[in-house]
Design a protein around this ligand. Structure first.
Ligand code: PMP
Ligand code: GLN
Length: 383
């Protein structure tokens, strides 16, 4: 990841956000909201700073946040967790993922099965941990995996089956049959399920079904989430891992040497956020669905074939009807042609499989309604 001139190669998100800034284009690329989350949560962080919550937190996190995370899992999913042993606060879902994979992977014979396209840090962390990535393809337009292909990817070499539901970049919510098959295969091959559910509260026709709630799953599942998406506070980088106590302890053993702990004053604020009434959580899903619908309409009118996301920030389109043959080139050109930034799906695939996603583009709906409307006006000029 270091270029010949010694500079480091930026992630696709950093690169496309820089392109949006350089061209003045609307940034429907990187998935971050352009409005901050609930004032009550932001105010709680200000208060924490004023009240002196400014030194290191305990390694697992402040007990109040651990309790709030456990209570959240109980309230929404009926999962019973011991906050002192089965919950760990991390620096975003990103560190939850990296420390989990580093903790679980023993060596180069271990395999991590992952649905492709995948969030960029997955392949990077599997490489850092020195294991082998085994991708299972998701195909346009429904992006549900073929269960036989999934079964053939899992073997006794599989250490981890890594699931992301709702899924970035496709917006897919996996069917119950897919989740059940993951659990069955994990049992059969004695694998651990790692599930990244950062979009858990952005499922459009809910409720969200965490894989840990399926029969036989909790005992071998580490569930990861983050405050970033639920509270529109992506810059706070506060996430968590929950699951069986020995597995969570293994993750802590690694995490303490990656960052030790994250930003203390955010923790009481996120605890307050997790205790917001059900109506708050229902409202964010409804608002994101309305935005995804608005974005979808604009994209359809512009001439794209538009996928139907079940949740998350993202909508995938096929740009082939607009003449695209290479989504990467199309996305680099789009800010100049239309003043809008999107991300090519090829950026989420391993080099050998990029051709399978050659004309697909991801757009983020997590922007203000005026921005989505302006994007639709600009994109209309394409056809
Ligand atoms: N997983 C997925 C699927 C994501 O989309 C993101 C990006 N927000 C992350 C993990 C990272 O989350 P965080 O910002 O909390 O580290
Ligand atoms: N999760 C965000 C996305 O998918 C990006 C986060 C990042 O820039 N690493 O767009």
């Amino acid at each position: 990841l270091v270029a010949p001139d010694g500079s480091s190669v930026p992630t696709i998100f950093a690169e496309m956000t820089a392109l949006a800034a350089a061209t003045g284009a609307l940034n429907l690329g990187q998935g971050f909201p352009d409005e901050d989350g609930p004032e009550i949560v932001v105010e709680a962080a200000r208060r924490a700073i004023a009240d002196g919550v400014n030194q290191y937190a305990p390694g697992r996190g402040f007990p109040d946040l651990l309790a709030a995370i456990a209570a959240h899992q109980q309230r929404f999913y009926g999962l019973e967790l011991d906050p002192a042993r089965q919950v760990l606060v991390t620096v975003g879902a990103t560190e939850a993922l990296s420390s989990t994979l580093l903790a679980l992977i023993d060596g180069p014979d271990d395999e991590v099965v992952v649905f492709e396209p995948y969030y960029d840090s997955y392949a990077a962390c599997v490489a850092l941990a020195g294991a082998r990535l085994v991708p299972v393809p998701l195909r346009w337009p429904d992006f549900q995996p073929d269960l036989e292909v999934l079964a053939s990817a899992v073997s006794d070499r599989t250490r981890v089956i890594l699931v992301n539901d709702p899924h970035n970049p496709t917006g897919t919510v996996f069917s119950h049959a897919v989740l059940e098959e993951v659990v069955r295969l994990a049992h059969r091959h004695d694998a651990i399920i790692v599930t990244d559910e950062v979009y858990e509260h952005l499922v459009f026709d809910g409720p969200h079904v965490p894989i840990a709630t399926l029969p036989g799953a909790a005992e071998r599942t580490l569930s990861i989430s983050s405050a970033g998406k639920t509270f529109s506070l992506t810059g706070w980088k506060t996430g968590w891992v929950t699951g069986p106590a020995p597995l969570v302890s293994a993750v802590l053993a690694v995490k303490q040497f990656l960052t030790y702990v994250g930003g203390s004053p955010f923790q009481p604020a996120i605890a307050a956020g997790l205790r917001l009434p059900d109506a708050f959580f229902a409202s964010i899903a409804a608002r994101m669905k309305a935005k995804a619908d608005l974005l979808g309409t604009g994209l359809r009118e512009a001439g794209f074939d538009v996928g139907t996301p079940g949740g998350s920030y993202f909508t995938v389109v096929d740009a082939a009807p607009l003449g695209a043959v290479d989504a990467d080139a199309f996305c680099r050109d789009l800010p100049l042609r239309a003043g809008v930034v999107g991300i090519p799906l090829t950026a989420f695939a391993s080099p050998a499989h990029r051709a399978d996603y050659a004309t697909l583009v991801r757009f983020a709906a997590c922007k203000r309604v005026e921005v989505l409307e302006e994007a639709a006006r600009r994109l209309a000029a394409l056809s």
